[in-house]
Design a protein around this ligand. Structure first.
Ligand code: MG
Length: 217
């Protein structure tokens, strides 16, 4: 799937999807985890993306797929070892996304010290809304974020509560990976994660960015 980058005015297939775990203190607490001392990074494949209006498929391997609503930044410029003070200039746009997680598979992986790739990487596990230009969002730490299921609010938070703000996440990730146009950064979820069921209609919201509507299939 290609992502339309509004600032570059170009559609690109993301090369990588970077995700941050435990980036809101109350979500870390509900997972019985401590807040990490530096950003906790994992990856999803770009085959997990699904656009607004699409469907989340529950894989046969999982009996407990959770929603995690997240602010997503799309990278617009190539960069490595980016300074925190420059980091927001590398963002093309912002969207709301869902970091779908097979919580049962993740729990077993955690117990064994195994990676999270399977729990996080199934097809359709990275729903993503349309991006708005970064110039329209001068401060990504000042946005309300929420998720409703069948009209009922399940997650409600504020991006100001991130443990590591977006600029710091980009700077940190760029010390590991060369960031390239089209790369996506899922920045972690506030508290209130829970299981979805077949037929559920999910609506994710982030400030004034376009809503993300997906249905569980
Ligand atoms: Mg997440």
């Amino acid at each position: 799937m290609e992502i339309y980058l509004p600032t570059l005015n170009q559609s690109i297939r993301p090369g990588k999807i970077l995700c941050i775990g435990k980036n809101y203190a109350r979500h870390a607490a509900e997972m019985h985890s401590a807040v990490p001392e530096q950003p906790m990074v994992f990856l999803k494949p770009s085959t997990a993306l699904v656009a607004n209006g699409g469907r989340i498929e529950i894989p046969p391997a999982s009996f407990e797929v959770h929603h995690e609503v997240e602010l997503v930044a799309a990278i617009g410029r190539t960069g490595k070892n980016i300074d925190v003070s420059e980091a927001l200039n590398y963002i093309d746009g912002y969207a709301v996304g869902l970091d779908m997680t097979a919580r049962d598979i993740q729990q077993r992986a955690k117990e064994k010290g195994h990676p999270w790739s399977v729990a996080k990487g199934f097809d359709t596990f990275a729903p993503i809304g349309a991006f708005v230009a970064a110039s329209e969002i001068p401060n990504p730490q000042n946005l309300s974020i929420s998720l409703t299921i069948n009209g009922e609010v399940r997650q409600e938070g504020h991006t100001g509560d991130m443990v590591f703000p977006v600029a710091q996440l980009i700077s940190f990730c760029s010390t590991i990976f060369t960031l390239e146009p089209g790369d996506l950064l899922y920045t972690g979820t506030p508290e209130g994660v829970g299981a979805v069921a077949i037929g559920d209609k999910l609506v994710a919201r982030l400030g004034e960015v376009p809503e993300l509507h997906v249905e569980v299939h």
